[in-house]
Write a protein that binds this ligand. Structure first.
Ligand code: PNS
Length: 159
């Protein structure tokens, strides 16, 4: 049974992330969505809120677990005894960063492999940062994020 860790900031979860996870479930038996708790990045949503939003989206399947981590991704994978990291690839701009990260992770722990899944073309240019920026400026991002995320974004930005 192959389990993959799908790490990220998920601030917030987008439909691009959701489509990567759903595609990942075609390949992997289980996916652990691992939310990076990174205070330095000054996220819009707390780690608890980010975890909760992902759970709301995948509550119907026990093949998706949502967790959070601090520190090195490879340490988290070792702790969870998982040897596959799943990442999504969007436009070419992602490639260099993802290559660097995969190589760094391989350097740190050669037994862990990174597997990439191409993002659905409908969400090729969707990123959490652009979603936040557009939402902050009053743009309608409701088709780019799950409904519960759109609601929470509205609440958060109203506050
Ligand atoms: O969604 P993001 O922000 O592109 O995800 C990046 C993430 C969380 C996968 C990456 O920053 C990460 O793994 N951070 C943990 C620290 C680490 O292991 N760094 C060394 C590998 S570059």
């Amino acid at each position: 049974m192959t389990t993959a860790v799908y790490p990220g900031s998920f601030d917030p979860l987008t439909r691009g992330h959701v489509s990567i996870i759903r595609s990942g479930l075609v390949v992997f038996e289980r996916i652990i969505v691992a939310v990076l708790r990174n205070p330095r990045k000054d996220p819009l949503f707390s780690v608890e809120e980010r975890v909760q939003m992902i759970r709301e989206e995948f509550g119907d399947t026990d093949r998706v677990e949502v967790d959070f981590f601090d520190g090195l991704l490879v340490d988290y994978c070792r702790k969870r005894k998982v040897r596959v990291v799943l990442r999504g690839l969007r436009a070419v701009a992602d490639f260099e960063y993802e290559l660097q990260m995969a190589n760094m992770n391989r350097h740190l722990e050669p037994s862990i492999e990174t597997v990439f899944i191409m993002a659905n073309d409908a969400y090729f240019y969707v990123s959490s940062n652009l979603v936040k920026e557009a939402a902050r400026l009053g743009g309608d991002v409701s088709r780019l994020v799950p409904d519960s995320v759109a609601r929470r974004l509205r609440e958060k930005l109203r506050a």
